[in-house]
Write a protein of this length. Structure first.
Length: 72
């Protein structure tokens, strides 16, 4: 199994990045403006960070390899 994504996989990754970025920005706005609180801002920031990972996958066209796991 290779880590390369085809054009459809890159499109899905870009869509997921946009979805998570929108959810994160919404969480930050809700936490700062509509209903002040710390938890929505923290969750919004985490969603934005997750969106950046999906954006990295969409741009590179490869899956992200994490540190643990078997070496080949």
């Amino acid at each position: 199994m290779t880590g390369e994504l085809g054009p459809g996989g890159r499109t899905i990754a870009a869509g997921l990045a946009a979805l998570w970025a929108g959810a994160g920005l919404t969480g930050v706005v809700v936490g700062l403006v509509l209903r002040p609180g710390v938890l929505p801002v923290i969750l919004g920031a985490l969603a934005i960070a997750y969106a950046s990972l999906w954006l990295r996958v969409a741009v590179s066209g490869r899956r992200i390899r994490w540190g643990g796991g078997r070496k080949r």
